[in-house]
Design a protein around this ligand. Structure first.
Ligand code: LLP
Length: 468
């Protein structure tokens, strides 16, 4: 793995270079409430800068599309979770980064250095976590259909396995582990919340977790299994949630489950309430702050345990989106333009649904500006189209922009979560590079794919080979 570290043109602090804050109403304590990374400023020439690096210069140096990740924002959110848990939960607590949001060695190393743990859902995410320096005792392994190989890897690594169903228990028992496996049991809490139906998980009609009616049978079954040690209970209600009440309701449901598990002789230590806190993608989004979310969850869990006379469990939560989304900005180059009089103007960029499948999948909305003229008069309304062979490949509809021409760099905000991790090679388009910016320095953390690399796994049978 190669690593390049390139100092930006100027490493003087932004305020010494006549730079001023962009998004002045930004909440410095809770990045998920902002549209832009905490370090976003406008330099003396009116250009956007993140982490001390001018965005259009990054685009020139690394090419586009480019994922830019701001280290200060990522560390800021990690610290916000840690300090809120310490302030509002009377017992031990740990935030686990849900690495499905954006899994890479660099992000793992950052969240590990901030003292967080990690949630992984595949062999790939597990390997990334371990090689990125996350201690196995801070990793939990999820999945509603884990393969035997994945379970074996998890057991070998000594991470906590979140048992989702009976097959997990059968497969684990068949592995005949030499040391007891630390198990967390996931169940469906039966809680509805308002978010896109694809990312709701807490309602009873969900593929994830044991049905709550089965929990007692599972706990009784595990009484007789010496290979298992039930260390925790888990539930997750969904993602991009702005309401707090479902998280309060969850605490009561989980405390009941904790009481049941302990009454059946399982010395359960951990209560894992999942993730789900939403973020601001567009100006009208108004998610709670990290502190409000943690306070709500922490107080509700503590109160529910007190009411049931339960010794306080260790509180675990699994934020994904709210930890990384706002740290990310995607840069594109503007290409062709098609104006259809009386209908709309399409402005196409050099990426699209392969690097950000969220708009086409969930009709998600984003905020975008021209990187070198973020404050210029937005006199045009355009539809920002991707370059894929699909009419639905539209990143933003009805975006107000200053007149943009071919080669202009466009910055789309809040793309740090579920963009790189959900990227594909549709149309055999290589996936973008990612750079981490900090104090005027840019580090390549994911190299751009090359078209010829996409052929690496193709096999052409001998009989189909073109004759010379
Ligand atoms: N824990 C579990 C068990 C989860 O399933 C998830 C997300 C999380 C934690 C993290 O949730 P977060 O804090 O990020 O809301 N691809 C979708 C999101 C899918 C979320 C899946 N599970 C999107 O782009 O909106």
């Amino acid at each position: 793995m190669t690593s390049t570290s390139v100092p930006a043109s100027s490493t003087a602090p932004a305020d010494l270079r006549n730079a001023r804050l962009y998004e002045p109403a930004r909440d410095p304590a809770s990045p998920n409430r902002n549209l832009t990374p905490l370090t976003t400023v406008i330099d003396a020439e009116g250009r956007l800068e993140v982490g001390g690096c001018t965005l259009s210069e990054l685009a020139r140096r690394y090419g586009t599309p480019l994922y830019v990740l701001d280290e200060a924002t990522l560390r800021g959110t990690a610290q916000a979770y840690r300090s809120a848990l310490a302030a509002h939960y009377p017992g031990e607590a740990l935030a686990l980064y849900a690495s499905k949001a954006n899994s890479s060695l660099a992000i793992t190393a950052l969240v590990a250095s901030e003292g967080l743990g990690l949630d992984a859902v595949s062999a790939g995410e597990l390997l990334t976590a371990v090689r990125g320096g996350m201690p196995p005792e801070r990793i939990v392994f999820h999945g509603n259909n884990k393969s035997r190989e994945e379970l074996q890897l998890a057991v070998q690594l000594g991470v906590t396995v979140v048992a989702d169903n009976w097959l997990d228990l059968e497969n684990l028992a068949a592995l005949a582990p030499t040391r007891p496996v630390q198990l967390m049991l996931r169940f469906t809490p039966g809680i509805e919340c308002h978010t896109h139906e694809y990312i709701r998980t807490g309602h009873l009609d969900s593929k994830f977790g044991f049905d709550p009616d089965q929990l007692e049978a599972v706990l009784r079954h595990l009484q007789g299994c010496s290979w298992a040690q039930v260390t925790g209970l888990h539930a997750h209600i969904g993602s991009q949630i702005f309401e707090l009440q479902p998280h309060r309701d969850l605490a009561a449901v989980m405390a009941d489950a904790l009481q049941l598990a302990r009454s059946l002789g399982h010395p359960v230590r951990d209560l894992n309430v999942g993730g789900g806190l939403g973020i601001r993608y567009i100006a009208s989004d108004d998610p709670p702050s990290i502190e409000e979310w943690v306070r709500t969850v922490a107080q509700a869990v503590a109160a529910a345990c007190r009411e049931r006379n339960l010794e306080l469990p260790r509180l675990l939560c699994e934020p994904g989106r709210s930890l990384v989304a706002t740290a990310g900005v995607t840069l594109y180059s503007v290409g062709s333009r098609k104006a259809i009089p009386g209908i709309r103007t399409y402005l196409s960029v050099d990426g699209g649904m392969s690097d950000n499948p969220r708009p086409i999948t969930y009709q998600s909305q984003y905020t975008a500006v021209l990187a070198d003229r973020p404050e210029a008069d937005a006199s045009e309304t355009v539809t920002l189209a991707g370059k894929h062979c699909e009419s639905g490949d539209v990143l933003l509809k009805d975006l107000s922009l200053p007149p943009a021409t071919t080669g202009d760099v466009l910055a789309v905000f809040a793309t740090g979560a579920y963009n790189a991790s959900m990227a594909s090679n549709y149309n055999r388009i290589p996936r973008p590079a990612a750079v981490l910016v900090h104090d005027g320095q840019a580090d390549l953390v994911q190299r751009r794919e090359l078209p010829e690399e996409l052929l690496r796994y193709d096999v052409l049978p001998e009989r189909l080979r073109p004759v010379a």
